[in-house]
Design a protein around this ligand. Sequence first.
Ligand SMILES: *[C@@H]1O[C@H](CO)[C@@H](O)[C@H](O)[C@H]1NC(C)=O
Ligand SMILES: *[C@@H]1O[C@H](CO)[C@@H](O)[C@H](O)[C@H]1NC(C)=O
Length: 264
Amino acid sequence: MRYTLLAALAGVATAHPMALPQEKETIGTPPANNLLGTIAKLTNSKGELDGGWGPKVRNEIIESTPCGKVTFIFARASKEPANMGGSVGPIICNGLKKAYGQAAVNCQGVGGAYTAGILDNISAKGTSATAVREATSMFTKAVEKCPNSQIVFGGFSQGTAVMHGTVGALPANIKAKIVGGALFGDTRNTQDKSQVPNFPKEKVHVYCDKSDGVCWGTLNVTNGHFVYATDGSAEQGLAFLKGKIDAAKGGAAAEKKRSIDAMI
Ligand SMILES: *[C@@H]1O[C@H](CO)[C@@H](O)[C@H](O)[C@H]1NC(C)=O
Ligand SMILES: *[C@@H]1O[C@H](CO)[C@@H](O)[C@H](O)[C@H]1NC(C)=O
């Protein structure tokens, strides 16, 4: 299974002629160049890529969980388990819950029709229309269910392509609720210039290690693609999202105070 996965990843790499790498950020030190070893270490008995973090399933928008103040919508990488994956998704969800309270944060993985298939894929957008529809539906349901909640989003690997394809195309009333996003190992980093198209650049931070080959224009999977859960990037992404949530809260409180001041 491990070898099949590696062959599939390598297959993706060969299918794409290489573009010029364009280094933007360096986080942590580049890991030893042992892709096979890294994948073997991360592959669980079901053949899934699993860094060991959990819970791996979160359905706090589509199930009857009461609304919190914050909603986190996450799209996992190819071959990651369940709907949150086993790496940066659970780390950020757990971190937000620790910061604001378990019930104050609703986490929702993009699962269902988004199967995160390994070659799902070589399309121009780096993922499928089905995946984008599924993610769009999660944002739509989040706003319908919890209209007063602030939304943050995240993605890893193919999950970044899902967010690139989804967020900018959302209707304005949904986009207005999204205060921030954190993307890791972004397969659209070069193509979309480190931002999500049709969405404010300052609301999104892209974490791309210079040793991660997928960030520089082709699906060149390297050892560095798997660093984000362990090199401090996930925690930096968490801090970035918390900053956006707190700033938006402060903004809303100040706005309320201004309108009260105007009344008296
Ligand atoms: C690639 O994506 C297309 C469109 O979603 C899908 O039909 C196809 O099965 C995928 N191929 C693989 C190998 O996953
Ligand atoms: C793949 O990415 C790595 C890390 O960025 C880079 O060192 C390597 O040259 C790339 N390979 C190709 C064929 O571009």
